[in-house]
Design a protein around this ligand. Sequence first.
Ligand code: FES
Length: 387
Amino acid sequence: MAEYTLKVRRYQPESGEGAYWEEFKVDLDPSLSVLDGILQVKDRDDGSLSVRCSCRAAICGSCGMKINGQSGLGCKTQIGEAQEKADKVASVGDGDNTIVVEPMGNMPVIKDLITDMESTHWTKIRRVTPWLLPHGDPPEREYVVEPESMIDITQSMACIQCGACVSSCLSMEADPDFIGPAALAKAYRFVGDPRDAETKERLHDLAEDPHGIYDCTHCFSCIDACPKGVAPMDQIMRLRRKAGEEDIVDPNNGHNHVHAFVNMIEKKGTNDEALLVQESYAPGIKGKLKPSKAAIKGLVESLPTVLRAIKTGKARSPSKVIPGIHPKLPGGAQEDVKAIYAHAEEHREEFNIYIKGEDEVEPEPDEPTDAILADEAKAAADSKGES
Ligand code: FES
């Protein structure tokens, strides 16, 4: 048993007061969860402390919350580990080492740790038509699907709808209309399902929506937050790949931007940001000599962003503003990046723990290694000397 201090963000709408912080002491074994701590507070100190939970086993998805600023499940976060993290944060900053517990982000708070999942999460889930749309008459018995064809969507099927990814999504913070990581992961579950007959329509819908698949900015927060390894951002990238294969023109110019970025990494092994804007709208010499109306419009519309980057210091050096003079990376880093690109292109590998497992175990060598052979030779020579 150890004593921990939980610093909880409280909001009691019936009081008419704003949100405030309150600290509670709890006694728990370090292997128990932060949710157990909250339930102990409810039991011993304040029954009005509100939290949503059910299974206490990371299955029902009810207990989404932020712990030390990280979105996740209260029942899957061990209180001992949460304390270690709080200690680490306190050791580098001025704050104390209390375990900070808050309601999820990007959603209105109803009471204390309970958020309104309906207005953001469930509305967006319904937005992607989360059911199969097969064509033709249904079969007499069940639909038969090859197991191999379902492997691709197992990862997205593991979602428990806890909303942790939505809570942590930085794109949604900037654009609340973004369809978001949970709903787009759910969309891939049906786009990748061979029984669904409206794949193209779904892809057009999600790519042509300005708040759709090209609104994600690859911040990886949803991957960090997801307690079930769904990696929603990876599902969004899969949707983009499929939309690209269909040559869908999107209003965010997202597909051309992806192409420009990938070509640049292949050729230069680094990202020349100043050139990237031009290449996204007017690729190659032809695109620059004879830019389309859409390219001119896109470039002109990008100007405020470029000016903002200069003003805020993100693009202060000339190499960040003038295309083609991006500094070389130290050592042979650019060549290394090109080699990684070539390897990825050749192998087309995807990391999906639902297919590959957590970590690949190094196989035992079939042949004795040089070190083992040397040891054996030495032992044999020693034994000869002794005899
Ligand atoms: Fe069910 Fe935490 S209580 S996931």
